[in-house]
Design a protein around this ligand. Structure first.
Ligand code: ADP
Ligand code: ZN
Length: 745
C-alpha cells in the first residue's frame, strides 16, 4: 500500500554505516530547491543531521502522518550531478558498500565539507576618468602618490592592490584616501586558485601519425561519432614507445570537435610533470589536473571549474574518474593493467571497471591502453565485448630492446653468493665506456630484508605484524613495510646475545653500495620510497639523469614506468623471480607486466637497447614470454591454468576480509558469517576458507579471509551486501567485501 500526499517526498541517506534511505516530506516553500543530489538538514531522532537527497517522488510506503519534514537546504554544499549519483548507486551495489560510502567517493572532501570558501580579490577602477584628470591637474603637485595610482588606473582599469603597489610603491593609505574622495572604487571578483600559476607551456603540434596510429585513431573516431557505440570500449594494446599517448591526444581532439568532455586516468606514480605537460602543451587551459598534492582550495576550485564547464579535459589519478562533467564523450584509462586503479579502502572500486560503466551510462567511448593488458581486458577484447587496436611497433623505427636471460644457478657456481653476474658487470662497464646510461631494477628497498642470528636462528620480526623487518644500513635501523614502525638495528641477538647477527636478502640500498664498489668513478643514484622523501627529490634525480650527471640509476618499481630517456641503452634486472614467489594466482601475470615495463625503458633513442634479466627460474613462462615479447602465447598458456582452476577472468572473485585483535574471535565470527550466508550461495560458487590471510597479522590485528569464485555472482553479491551492512557486529571486529579483489595479502 502507498500513501498519496499533496507534498512531495524526498528519499534521503545519511550516516556512514546506515545504508537505508529515509522518506521525508518536502515543505512547499522548499519544493523548488530540493533536488536529487543536494544536501539538506533533517530532524533525526532528537538531533539535526545532514543527509543527501537520492530521489524525489510523490508517494511513500510509510504512513504520511509519521513522516517528518526537511528543515532546510544546505546552501554551501554543491549538488552532486545526477549522472554521478546514478554511478554511485551502481558502485554501492556492485562493490557491496553503503550508498553513503559510494557518494563520498564521488565528491572530493574539499567539496563535500563545505568549509572551503571561494577566493575573491579586490580590483580597483576609476569612478570617472574626467574627475581623475581634473584631480591630477589641480592637486597633483601636492599628492604625487595619488597621481601615480590614478594614472595607472587610467591605463589599466581593474587592477589589484598588489599590482599597483609593486608598480608604484604606493601604500594602503593612498588607496584609502582616493576611495574617500570618491575618485576610485573597489569591486570583488571571484578568482580560481591556479595550480599552474606561473607555469608556461610550449604549444605542441600533432606529428604525422604512423599507419598503426592512424588506424587506431580512425577506429576511435568512428566509435565517437556514433550515438551509442557498440561496443563502447576499446583496448589499445601497444608496445612500450608505440605512441599510445599520441592516439589519446587525437581522440581528445575529436571529442572537443564534437563539443564533448574527456577524462584521462593515469596511475598516481605516472602523474608526473612530463605527463601533464604533454596534455597541457596540446590543449592549454582546457586541461585541469587533479592530483594528490593539490591544496584543498585548489581542488575545490578545479572541481568548480569542471562543474561549470570551464574546462574540457581532466587528467588525474583514480578519483578523476568522478569529474563532474555532464557532456562526457571520452574516458581514457592509461596503463589499464595497473593495480593501483583498485582502491584499497571503501568503496573498494576498480577505476577501470567503473570507467567502463560510466562510459556505458553516459554513452561515452572508453579507451583502455596498455603494453601489457590485464587478462580481464584482453579476454573481453578477443571475445568481442571490447574493440581492440594493436600498435605493434615503436615509433621512429626504434627497435624493441634485445632481452638476454642470465641463469643465476650457473653464475652461483662460478662464485658463491654473487648478486651481479659477470655479464651484467661487463655490460655496465661497456656503457660507462661509451657514455651511455644504465637502469638497474630491483623491486625491494632497504639493505637487507632479514636480520637473522646465526647461532640461535632468531629472526627480527615486527611485533605488530607477521612480517620480517627490513634493514637499512645508512640509518642503522629496522623498519616494517606494513605498519611503518622503525627501531634501531640490533647490535647483538636480542635472544641469545650472540654478536654474529647476519643480514640476508638484498634490497636497492645494498645494490647501490655494491655498485659504488664495482664502479667507483660512475655517477650513481637510487630511487625508492626511502630516498624519495622530499616533494621534489623525484624531479631532481630525473633532471640529473637527463643531463647525464648520473650513469647508473637504481630503483624499485618507481622507475619501471613511463620514464623516457633516449640515452638509456641497458636495463639490468637483478632478481626477476621476486614477484613470482608471492602466493597469488596473478604472480606470473604481474611478473610479465613488470619485466616488460622495465625492459621498455631501454633503447628509446638511436642506439638499440639491451636488457639483462637475472633469474633462478629461466624456464618460467613469464620470463620466457617477456623475453620474446609474446603476450598472446603467455596469455594462452596462463588462461589454460586459470580455466582449470576457475580463476578470473574465467570467474568472478570476491574476497571477504575479517579483522580483529583476538584471533579466535575473528575465526569464530568468520565461520558464523559464512554459515548465515550459505543459503544465498548457489552451487556454481566455490568457497575457499575461512583461512588466515597470507599476512596474518597487521598492526596487531589478526586477519581472516574467505574467497568466493563463480561465474554468476549477482544474487550472491546482493545477499553479501545485505549481510555486511546489516549484521550485528561483535565489538572490535571489522568485516568488508573486496569485489574483484586484486590483492589478497
Ligand atoms: P607509449 O605511450 O606507447 O609508450 P609514447 O606516446 O610515449 O608511447 O610515444 C613515444 C615517443 O614517440 C614520444 O616521445 C612521442 O612524442 C613520440 N611519438 C609518438 N607518436 C609519434 C609520431 N607519429 N611521430 C613521431 N613521434 C611520435
Ligand atoms: Zn609492522
Amino acid at each position: 500500500m502507498t500513501f498519496k500526499v499533496p507534498m512531495k517526498i524526498a528519499r534521503i541517506i545519511l550516516g556512514l554505516s546506515l545504508d537505508k534511505a529515509f522518506d521525508y516530506l518536502i515543505p512547499l516553500e522548499l519544493e523548488s530547491q530540493v533536488h536529487t543530489g543536494i544536501q539538506v538538514y533533517i530532524p533525526f531522532g532528537k538531533s539535526q543531521r545532514r543527509g543527501y537527497v537520492v530521489g524525489v517522488k510523490d508517494d511513500s510506503a510509510y504512513p504520511v502522518e509519521k513522516l517528518k519534514k526537511i528543515d532546510s537546504v544546505c546552501e554551501v554544499h554543491p549538488k552532486i550531478p545526477e549522472n554521478l549519483l546514478n554511478l554511485g548507486k551502481w558502485i554501492s551495489e556492485y562493490y557491496c558498500c553503503s550508498q553513503e560510502q559510494a557518494v563520498r567517493a564521488l565528491l572530493p572532501s574539499a567539496v563535500r565539507s563545505g568549509k572551503i570558501k571561494r577566493k575573491n580579490i579586490k580590483l580597483y577602477y576609476l569612478v570617472s576618468p574626467d574627475e581623475a584628470q581634473k584631480y591630477i591637474f589641480e592637486k597633483g603637485k601636492k599628492h604625487p602618490a595619488q597621481v601615480k595610482i590614478l594614472q595607472m588606473l587610467l591605463q589599466h582599469p581593474g587592477t589589484s592592490y598588489e599590482f599597483m603597489k609593486r608598480e608604484t610603491g604606493a601604500g594602503r593609505g593612498v588607496i584609502t584616501a582616493l576611495l574617500k574622495e570618491k575618485l576610485i572604487l573597489e569591486e570583488n571578483k571571484e578568482v580560481y586558485r591556479d595550480p599552474f600559476a606561473g607555469a608556461e607551456f610550449v604549444q605542441s603540434c600533432a606529428p604525422d601519425l604512423t599507419e598503426e596510429q592512424k588506424e587506431a585513431v580512425s577506429k576511435i573516431n568512428g566509435m565517437m561519432s556514433s550515438k551509442s557505440p557498440k561496443p563502447h570500449t576499446l583496448l589499445l594494446y601497444g608496445v612500450t614507445g608505440s605512441g599510445k599517448t599520441e592516439v589519446y591526444l587525437q581522440a581528445i581532439k575529436t571529442a572537443l570537435s564534437l563539443e564533448k568532455d574527456s577524462i584521462v586516468l593515469v596511475p598516481e606514480i605516472s602523474l608526473t610533470p612530463q605527463t601533464i605537460e604533454r596534455f597541457r602543451s596540446r590543449f592549454g587551459d582546457m586541461v585541469s589536473v587533479l592530483h594528490s598534492s593539490l591544496s584543498d582550495g585548489e581542488r575545490f576550485d578545479e572541481w568548480t571549474r569542471i562543474h561549470r564547464g570551464q574546462v574540457k579535459i581532466v587528467v588525474g589519478a583514480r578519483s578523476a574518474l568522478f569529474a563532474p562533467f555532464n557532456k562526457l564523450g571520452l574516458i581514457i584509462v592509461d596503463e589499464e593493467h595497473e593495480n593501483s586503479y583498485k582502491q584499497d579502502e571503501a568503496p573498494r572500486y576498480h577505476a577501470r571497471d567503473v570507467a567502463v560503466m560510466r562510459g556505458l551510462m553516459e554513452k561515452a567511448v572508453v579507451i583502455l591502453g596498455s603494453a601489457t593488458p590485464s587478462f580481464e581486458s584482453y579476454n573481453n577484447a578477443i571475445s568481442g565485448k571490447y574493440a581492440m587496436m594493436i600498435l605493434s611497433k615503436r615509433v621512429d623505427h626504434c627497435v624493441m630492446p634485445k632481452i638476454r636471460i642470465v641463469d643465476m644457478h650457473v653464475e652461483a657456481l662460478k662464485s658463491e653468493g654473487k648478486i651481479f653476474s659477470g655479464e651484467l658487470v661487463n655490460e655496465i662497464r661497456n656503457r660507462l665506456d661509451r657514455a651511455e646510461q644504465t637502469i638497474i631494477f630491483l623491486n625491494r628497498k632497504g639493505f637487507a630484508t632479514k636480520m637473522v642470528c646465526q647461532k640461535c636462528g632468531f629472526v627480527a620480526m615486527c611485533s605488530e605484524c607477521s612480517v620480517t623487518y627490513t634493514y637499512s644500513r645508512k640509518r642503522e635501523s629496522l623498519s616494517c613495510h606494513l605498519c611503518g614502525a622503525v627501531i634501531p638495528a640490533h647490535k647483538s641477538c636480542p635472544d641469545c646475545k650472540d654478536e654474529k647477527i647476519r643480514y640476508s636478502g638484498i634490497g636497492t640500498e645494498k645494490i647501490e653500495s655494491i655498485c659504488a664498489g664495482l664502479f667507483p668513478h660512475a655517477g650513481i643514484a637510487r630511487m625508492d620510497s626511502d630516498t624519495m622523501t622530499y616533494k621534489n627529490s623525484y624531479e631532481k634525480v630525473l633532471r640529473e639523469f637527463r643531463k647525464g650527471k648520473i650513469d647508473i640509476l637504481i630503483g624499485t618499481q618507481m622507475i619501471a614506468k613511463g620514464l623516457d630517456f633516449p640515452n638509456v641503452t641497458l636495463v639490468g634486472i637483478i632478481n626477476a623471480d621476486l614477484s613470482l614467489h608471492i602466493p597469488d594466482f596473478r604472480a606470473e601475470e604481474r611478473t610479465f607486466q613488470l619485466l616488460t615495463q622495465v625492459a621498455g625503458r631501454s633503447g628509446r633513442g638511436d642506439v638499440p637497447g639491451e636488457v639483462l634479466v637475472q633469474t633462478y627460474t629461466p624456464q618460467n613462462i613469464a620470463i620466457q614470454c617477456s623475453r620474446t615479447n609474446d603476450f598472446p602465447k603467455f596469455y594462452n598458456e596462463q588462461m589454460a591454468v586459470r580455466k582449470t582452476l576457475n580463476f578470473p577472468p574465467c570467474s568472478h572473485l570476491t574476497a571477504v576480509h575479517f579483522r580483529g585483535p583476538d584471533e579466535s574471535q575473528v575465526a569464530k565470527f568468520a565461520d558464523e558469517f559464512l554459515d548465515k550466508l550459505r543459503p544465498s550461495i548457489n552451487s556454481g560458487i566455490k568457497i575457499g576458507g575461512p583461512i588466515p590471510s597470507p599476512v596474518s597479522k597487521v598492526k596487531s590485528k589478526f586477519r581472516y579471509l574467505i574467497i568466493f569464485r563463480g561465474e554468476r555472482m549477482k544474487g550472491f553479491r546482493e545477499a553479501l551486501r545485505e549481510q555486511i551492512l546489516h549484521t550485528k557486529r561483535t565489538k572490535d571486529i571489522e568485516v568488508y567485501a573486496d569485489v574483484d579483489a586484486v590483492n589478497m595479502m
